[in-house]
Ligand binder design. Structure first.
Ligand SMILES: [Zn+2]
Ligand SMILES: [Zn+2]
Length: 331
């Protein structure tokens, strides 16, 4: 089968690979589309020690089962493969499973014509669901999980919160679009790339350039909730400056792993700092329903390309040449 293989730092090769074969308890899927995630870009830059080349990346997929009694059924999947038995799994917190592995990381991913995946990881979709929407299930579930945790930490209902999202990549956009659908009245998204700012505006969001943002806007503590979908030293500090006392700081992106933040402000202003990681099975199922219902709008910011041109897509994302917050690759 053809696959796009990460072979080394900043190198993706479209080449022949051994056909995927279904192990016991697994289903073989024909991949219809698979999205490029920020974490795939992180691996591409050689910054993810868990993703060791040569490796087929990709974990955001929609596909069609090709074997067994349900051949022909369209599905998406939970790329986190969890044990179902540990304390976290039995609590429904599969994202924290003590024994989890992940497709496109510890086993071959979805940038291929076919993939084998445990049947327990398959997520049903309406059979008429647009494959572009279905392929967004994984990042949209990440946004839903983050917004759900944020909402629980806020003292007042989410629609009353002044919300700032940092970063108009897919997860940032999806967080903002979901917050809008929940009725947030004062909502903005900060993005330095002008192409992505335009895309966010076209999606109906108020996009601001944080560098031209009135410097005092952050200083004057404007938001009850800041969602950092970038996660750099710089954005963490901007997020904390922007929060009002009692506010919630949701940390979603993970560009840099460590930095100093203002612990004095965090402490004296009673800021709630939250981490979030992926999604539960329930989040994925709820997200399929939301995407199918059109909660996220027309998804005009999603671009589709051929898997054979995948290497160029990675390079374009690397150089900030693409306005698309999400590129889907179709085998
Ligand atoms: Zn992802
Ligand atoms: Zn588990």
């Amino acid at each position: 089968m053809k696959a796009l293989v990460y072979t080394g730092e900043r190198t993706m090769r479209y080449r022949d690979e051994p056909d995927a074969e279904a192990a016991a308890g697994e289903a073989l899927l024909r991949v219809d589309a698979a999205g490029i995630c920020g974490s795939d870009m992180h691996a591409y830059h050689g910054h993810d020690p868990r993703r060791v080349p040569p490796l087929i990346l990709g974990h955001e997929l929609v596909g069609t089962i090709v074997d067994g009694a349900d051949a022909g059924r369209r599905v998406t999947a939970n790329p986190l493969i969890t044990c179902g038995r540990c304390d976290y799994c039995v609590q429904g917190r599969q994202n924290l499973c003590s024994n989890r592995t992940m497709i496109g990381m510890s086993r071959p991913g979805a940038f291929a014509e076919r993939i084998s995946i445990p049947r327990s990881s398959l997520i049903d979709i309406p059979q008429d669901m647009d494959s572009r929407a279905a392929a967004l299930t994984e990042p949209a579930a990440t946004a839903l999980h983050a917004l759900d945790l944020s909402t629980r930490a806020l003292r007042r209902p989410l629609p009353e919160a002044r919300v700032r999202v940092i970063g108009a990549g897919a997860v940032g956009l999806l967080c903002a679009l979901l917050a809008r659908s929940h009725g947030c009245l004062e909502l903005s998204i900060a993005e330095t790339n002008p192409l992505r700012r335009d895309a966010a505006q076209r999606a109906g969001l108020r996009a601001v350039d944080p560098r031209q943002d009135d410097e005092d806007e952050h200083a004057r503590e404007a938001f009850e909730l800041v969602i950092d979908a970038v996660g750099s030293s710089h954005t963490r500090n901007a997020a904390l400056r922007g929060l009002r006392p009692g506010g919630v700081f949701m940390h979603v992106g993970l560009q840099d792993w460590a930095s100093e933040i203002d612990m004095r402000k965090l402490t004296l202003a009673e800021i709630t700092l939250l981490g979030t990681y992926t999604y539960t099975t329930a989040d994925l199922r709820a997200t399929v329903r939301a995407l199918h219902a059109g909660v996220y709008g027309d998804l005009g910011w999603v671009e589709e390309r051929s898997l054979a041109d995948g290497a160029a897509a990675f390079a374009d994302l690397d150089h900030g040449r693409s306005a698309a917050a999400k590129i889907l690759l179709r085998p």
